[in-house]
Design a protein around this ligand. Structure first.
Ligand SMILES: NC(=O)c1ccc[n+]([C@@H]2O[C@H](COP(=O)([O-])OP(=O)(O)OC[C@H]3O[C@@H](n4cnc5c(N)ncnc54)[C@H](OP(=O)(O)O)[C@@H]3O)[C@@H](O)[C@H]2O)c1
Length: 217
């Protein structure tokens, strides 16, 4: 499967790219600037000793991929959705965005749609299947593929088949996915991140995560 990570040059994108490439997926790093994407892709390939990752600008990356993943700050959410709307029609779109309050990252500043995920689904329309995932896992944990990640991945969205595909991709990275319901559940999933940030600050750690219990694994 070809997976484009839009804004994949920052903190959250490279770890996803590394882990999917290690699992045998073809990964495209996206950026507003193709050269920046190529540079990050070649650094990741060097780290892996392979060539499964390439770099393109976000629009070309979305066009070339079967699945697009969005890892940009929430302030860039709508502009980035607008820039790739045509290219992601009919595809699965994984939204990793967390609408933190820019004035205080311990708090959420949810959009009128209810969550970033619902905002993306409403913006694209039903032809694009938006799935929320990876909001609760810290970038530096993803970025170190030698370590297993001690965090469950909550997956939500309105299309059951799309969620199954995303859950398969989560499992390939060695993490446990749970289908936690429709896109509306993203209000909770995205908000959990501000709680984890509070816990990180309180306990002077960087990688607080979550585990669901009492369920089959
Ligand atoms: N970092 C984490 O630990 C973490 C954990 C869970 C969820 N998340 C969520 O994942 C998303 C990405 O987080 P991140 O930490 O990876 O973000 P980031 O490093 O700050 O930015 C990621 C990329 O977004 C692009 N970008 C930045 N400003 C932009 C703008 N104004 N317009 C368009 N593109 C812009 C940049 O790529 P180019 O310059 O190459 O275009 C940048 O490299 C956020 O919504 C965050 O809440 C992050």
């Amino acid at each position: 499967m070809k997976i484009a990570i839009l804004g994949g040059t920052g903190d959250q994108g490279p770890g996803l790219a590394l882990r999917w490439a290690m699992a045998g997926e073809e990964v495209i790093i996206g950026s507003r600037a193709a050269e920046k994407a190529e540079k990050v892709a070649s650094e990741l390939n060097a780290e892996l000793g392979q060539t499964k990752i390439r770099g393109l600008d976000n629009v070309q990356a979305a066009a070339a991929a079967d699945i697009a993943v969005l890892t940009v700050p929430y302030s860039a959410h709508l502009p980035t959705l607008e820039s790739v709307k045509a290219q992601v029609q009919g595809k699965i779109f994984i939204d990793v965005s967390v609408p933190l309050d820019p004035e205080n990252p311990r708090k959420m500043k949810m959009p009128a749609a209810g969550s970033a995920t619902e905002e993306a689904q409403a913006f694209f329309g039903d032809a694009t299947k938006v799935v929320a995932a990876f909001q609760n896992v810290a970038a530096h944990l993803l970025r170190d593929p030698t370590h297993a990640i001690d965090c469950d991945i909550l997956v939500c969205g309105n299309d059951v088949e799309a969620k199954k595909v995303v859950m398969g991709l989560v499992s390939k990275m060695g993490m446990h996915p749970y289908d936690v319901g429709p896109a509306e559940s993203a209000r909770v999933v995205e908000s959990l991140t501000s709680m984890l940030i509070r816990l990180n600050i309180k306990h002077k750690v960087k990688g607080a995560g979550i585990h669901l219990t009492g369920l089959p694994r």
